[in-house]
Design a protein around this ligand. Structure first.
Ligand code: TUI
Length: 312
């Protein structure tokens, strides 16, 4: 059986974490992933704390296994969400789009494990020094807000720079990706896009359908320097292209994007922001989270055995 130090650190059976996608990663999805032996994560996004508390309760009604909450550091509710996860003693917090350094003492005191998402070596080093438990190294193949470095060069550089477990993210959707991540020195993987097409994911069927239909060049980057967002091509991305071609301001671009993720989650996949990573093209069917995880674990074991036989 394939286990890594990440499994012991987080108390999970398989080294697979589900990305904490805003509006997409609800309690239902997180519960299914955690019940299946991975780490399910509720995406708090910019939702108020009472909404996130309901999602935490949902997970706890469905499973006793560890789970997490992702805090998006551009949310207006960051302080309240930190209070909430400490009060609820959520087992794991992942963070995105910012530096959780100032909250670490509070998380530690509450016994919450902290796993920030980073897209650079510098931030990885800084956060290790501050005492985080593990890191997600997120390459620019992933969906949503992205950094500038691809998974293949980012993961080994972060692995070399720190001593804590590193979880690879961005462009991973199958057992080959898990095996590759382990080869790069990662202790596990985080997948977002693959879990959008989990049966238990509550997004509108149109969103899942858009992921299933996506081809290799459909997950494109919109926005401007420092604020790049990867989404599936549609009428919204063409509006972004038009704005960009006529040299629109950052404010105009921002205005066009506001509220559009929620629209997509509710079914408007033409003018909504259908956030998904480049691995969308590898997602071919909707199945339960447990089946996704089982399939990936079996395939990774097969790949690793095959690679082992190459050296004999
Ligand atoms: O957070 C993400 N991806 C996201 S969050 C999100 S929510 C949303 N977006 C648009 C509209 C509505 C809702 C969608 N996608 N990924 C994690 C991530 N964090 N990637 C890169 C970073 C990051 C960037 C800079 C982490 C830290 C950082 O540091 C800044 C600093 O203070 O040093």
């Amino acid at each position: 059986m394939l286990r890594t130090p990440l499994c012991d650190l987080l108390g999970i059976t398989y080294p697979i974490i589900q990305g904490g996608m805003a509006w997409v990663a609800t309690g239902e999805l997180a519960a299914a992933v955690s019940a299946a032996g991975g780490l399910g994560i509720i995406g708090a996004g910019s939702a108020p704390p009472e909404v996130v508390r309901r999602e935490i309760r949902k997970v706890r009604e469905q499973t006793d296994r560890p789970f997490g909450v992702n805090i998006y550091y551009l949310s207006p509710y960051v302080e309240e969400l930190v209070d909430l996860v400490c009060e609820e003693k959520v087992p794991v917090v992942t963070t995105g789009a910012g530096n959780p350094g100032k909250h670490l003492p509070r998380f530690k005191e509450a016994g919450v494990k902290v796993v920030p998402v980073v897209a650079s070596v510098a931030l990885a080093r800084r956060l290790e020094r501050l005492g985080v438990d593990a890191l997600v190294a997120e390459g620019m193949e992933c969906g949503g807000h992205i950094g500038e470095i691809a998974t293949m060069p980012l993961v080994p550089q972060i692995v070399d720079a720190v001593h804590i477990p590193v979880i690879a993210a961005g462009g991973i959707a199958d057992g080959r990706g898990l095996a590759a991540a382990l080869a790069l020195g990662a202790a596990g993987i985080q997948m977002g896009t693959r879990f959008i097409c989990a049966t238990e994911c509550t997004v509108h069927a149109n969103y899942k359908e858009a992921v299933l239909k996506a081809g290799d060049r459909d997950a494109v980057v919109t926005g401007m320097a420092g604020h790049h967002v990867r989404v599936l091509k549609n009428k919204l991305t063409r509006q972004f292209e038009e704005l960009s071609a006529r040299g629109a301001s950052w404010e105009e671009m921002d205005r066009l994007g506001t509220g559009k993720l929620r629209a997509a989650v509710e079914g408007d996949v033409e003018y909504g922001s259908v956030m998904a990573g480049q691995s969308a093209a590898m997602v071919r069917e909707i199945k339960p989270a447990a089946a996704i995880i089982a399939e990936i674990m079996a395939e990774a074991a097969e790949v690793i055995a095959r690679l082992g036989s190459l050296t004999r």
